[in-house]
Design a protein around this ligand. Structure first.
Ligand code: SAH
Length: 260
């Protein structure tokens, strides 16, 4: 039988499943995510993924902590993609366990592309993103009927004005939506400064929630003017989600801490 173009490149491969693992508590992994882990031969696990979920895998499954891969500038994602594809091409069921949702600042689509390019079947299981879940765990809704009709989720990885920044802080300040900042602990002074400079009200409530979904979870509250200093004084470190907007005052703890 000849090789025809419509024959799958690698027929019958188990392939790769990208699992969004949620914000860290294994109870916040989806049922579909758990089923995928239970069938895995190889697990490639991210730093912020729920590591405890690996115990659901078969006893002989190989668990690779990608945070421990040897690093060089820009090489880690390439190594992850290569490992994922290599194991799948060897006929193993690979689960790529990621933090939150793999498609929210998760580079999930780069991994999908690596699989597609290698002819490896790939499936995406969405996850509970920290962008909404971590505020929720602290009692903060990202929208509120009659007051806030939307939310914007941004990465604070690079500060405002940085050559790599593609964000329009003036537009964000004027948008009338809740602003949710991921990867923004170090850049919080610069981000709040840019929003203030763009005319956002200095009294806008703000909160930072760190280590969400873990026993170490804690939240600090303030205003756009005070939040960076309050977070620094409380020695808040990553991972943390910042919420800027009226909704930040709706958390039960917001009034008791008297941050604003
Ligand atoms: N794909 C992930 C986000 C990856 S970027 C998602 O959908 O959740 C990593 C950032 O997510 C962290 O810097 C932090 O801002 C946020 N984050 C992830 N897990 C968190 C947690 N358990 N508590 C607080 N912030 C978290």
């Amino acid at each position: 039988m000849g090789h025809s173009t419509d024959t799958p490149v690698v027929a019958g491969l188990p392939g790769v499943v990208l699992v969004g693992g949620g914000p860290g508590d294994p109870d916040l992994v989806t049922v579909a995510g758990r089923r995928a882990v239970e069938l895995a031969d190889v697990l490639l696990v991210d730093h912020l993924a729920p590591a405890e979920a690996c115990s659901w895998a078969p006893d002989d499954a190989v668990v690779i902590d990608v945070a421990k891969l040897p690093r060089g500038p820009g090489t880690t994602q390439k190594q992850i993609n290569e490992l994922m594809v290599e194991h799948a091409l060897a006929g193993r069921r690979v689960v790529r366990l990621k933090g939150g949702d793999g498609f929210v600042f998760g580079r999930g689509v780069e991994e999908v592309r690596a699989c597609v390019e290698a002819g490896v079947p790939v499936q995406v299981i969405p996850g509970v993103t920290s962008a909404t879940a971590v505020p929720a765990l602290a009692g903060i809704p990202v929208t509120h009927r009659g007051t806030v009709q939307g939310f914007s989720v941004i990465s604070g990885h690079v500060p405002p004005g940085h050559p790599d920044s593609t964000l329009d802080y003036a537009a964000l300040a004027a948008a009338g939506t809740t602003l949710v900042v991921l990867m923004g602990v170090q850049t919080l002074p610069a981000i709040s400064g840019a929003l203030l400079a763009a005319g956002m009200s200095p009294d806008t409530p703000a909160a930072v929630v760190a280590d969400g979904a873990s026993p170490e979870q804690r939240a600090v509250f303030g205003t756009l003017t005070t939040i960076a200093e309050i977070a620094a004084r409380a020695a808040i470190t990553a991972p943390a989600v910042t919420v800027i907007g009226d909704v930040a005052s709706l958390a039960p703890a917001a009034s008791s801490t008297g941050g604003h």
